[in-house]
Design a protein around this ligand. Sequence first.
Ligand code: TXA
Ligand code: MG
Length: 319
Amino acid sequence: MSGSNDHIGGEARRYGKATIGEAAARLHAGGLVAVPTETVYGLAADSTNASAVAEIYRTKGRPDFNPLIVHVPDMVAARRLGRLNDLAACFAEALWPGPLTLVVPKSEDCPVAAAVTAGLDTIALRCPAHPVMRELLEVSGLFLAAPSANRSGGISPTTADHVARSLGEKAPMILDGGPCTQGIESTIVAIADDHYRILRPGPVTEARLTEIVGKPPSGETSGKIEAPGQMSSHYAPSKPLRLNALSAMTDEYLIGFGPVSGDRNLSPDADLAEAASYLFAALHYADGSGKPRIAVAPIPGEGIGIALNDRLIRAATPA
Ligand code: TXA
Ligand code: MG
């Protein structure tokens, strides 16, 4: 079955031994499977199968210049695909499995399909912590390319239902492992010799990265886009979104934080990690509400708040 995605119309199937076995078989046959990770649900395919990878781009409507993250079970697998220097290994040892993606040079005989890296000579590697994704990696024995399981540019999915609604008819088999705990995509770090840069803020904060390797990220930017997927409009609901709102106008659905309560509060206790875990779910609710506009309360730009504000600013930018 070359690349054809023999899907079952986005039906969410509760995770278990039988469904993992079925998902692994679909992946081996070149199909796609939506699978929970600790950050967001991913749309997985065998990264070494070019037609399966092409099906990921088609299903998401994703531009082909935007490369994919490859998920691996451990460091041994990571070293098969990429060249991890001491700095990369230091991050990996401290933070894997977990919500950290490392962009490193591809290995010489890297077996992933060319479309995965969109022509770059680097590869994005992540060793996820979620038990369902880990089991799928183990049972399938594959290196899984997996972007977030939403239509390109849309709100990221943190439940099986979000995947079904975002991909609609095109949704493949969805392994339902409940809501994602972190709720925001992995921190992406690019490794260059003895320094590193944060390409996408996420659950692993700059302070934590600095603590691990004893030095901060380098601020230098090279001018060219280094995480091609970090488009200015992204994670976007279908309605206009207003930031830093202290109260709602009559036609707005207000997503609150801390003392700004709103229709739904990301964290009444103003806990940023809790807010991150609910952010995309709240945007999905707001998008599905009867109100034509969305407003979001101010969120402090510190720690994980940096990643929250990064997603919100893109969500508020019209395509
Ligand atoms: O938490 C996550 O990372 C989730 C889960 C499913 O693992 N995945 C995810 O994938 O967020 P996606 O495709 O939505 O975002 C991947 C990002 C894009 O911004 C892409 O441009 C960047 O990773 N990327 C991938 N390969 C790259 C490379 N070689 N160099 C620079 N950026 C890269
Ligand atoms: Mg995404």
